[in-house]
Design a binder for this molecule. Sequence first.
Ligand SMILES: [Zn+2]
Length: 371
Amino acid sequence: MFFTADGINRITFLRSDPIFQEKLLQFQYSKTIVFLKGRALAVKDNPKSLYLPYLTDVSNILAKYREVFTTSPENITPFDNQFSLVFLGLSTEYSQDDHVFRYNDYMGVPVFGIDIRQDDYVIPQSTTVLESMAQAFTLSKFHASIYSYAQMYLKWQLKYKFCPGCGSRMYLLDLGTKVHCSSSSKENMCPVKNANVDNIWFPRTDPIIITSITNMDGSKFLIGRNKRARKTEQEGGFRLFSTVAGFMEPGESVEQACVREAWEETGVRASSENVVLVSSQPWPYPANLMIGCITKVEFNGVNENVYLGHDPELEEAIWFDTQLLIDALVRCGENTSNLISLTDDIKFPGDRTIAFTLLKEIASRYVKPKL
Ligand SMILES: [Zn+2]
């Protein structure tokens, strides 16, 4: 699955270890994914590769990076104004030429993410700025994964500057993977600063369910055409269909969310016990986890009826024969990275997306009955 390549050991348990932090910050050969005001830099002549300089070579502002990770409220300024920085982990994807960092039993090439927000930063000539999602999709699977990982942390640091409990400035902890409230006021005690268990210090990952919809024997599948795809459709001269997706609600199971979204968007009725989890995908636009499922609808003359009047998100939703999908996948063979033609004027997403995986799953699970 795209954005999910292995190759980084996150060693999350070492992020708060002061000896590890010190040794890591002394190491000269850590690599860095560089973002400029939220957009990553890639190698100009190689669309598969991010620009990955040594951390110490990125910019002179990094003379201050040690302060950024120091656990104290006095060091808020560099984090806030000039750059965001996060330690991502030890890359296990290195060559003989790379300098390897060792700490106890753990080794690899340290990888950081940095977002530079200085106006005078000069972009190296050999690099290009990733302007769009489509450009990120050309990265190799490993580079796309570390790009996604870094982007989610850096955008979170940028957005969470103030404590949601008391409005005080936040400061970074644990190599940029955690923030803490800087309030020391005794009069206006921060209601969340010293809470034992709270979810406000860590980055958000917002769960989204995404589900392909099929009937009980898998011979039919339902896909919808989102109104937001109009621009893409007009430019390409086709209709773009995909699976149903939506944010999970608080207090809702994954299965319930699939049933609700299927009903709200397409009108079809399913029950939670007919939902199966298939796969998941981190999605860095902006910080989501796509939880991929198949929802089965028991046809009875009512459940399968399409009605788009609840939530006006879809332009159309149509049941197709699964055989059409199987034929489409056979036609494109290995060439699945771009949009795929289901019919002459209908396309569905390619293999960078979990929607493709879920539709392919429908095709592969369907066993055609013998005549
Ligand atoms: Zn606070």
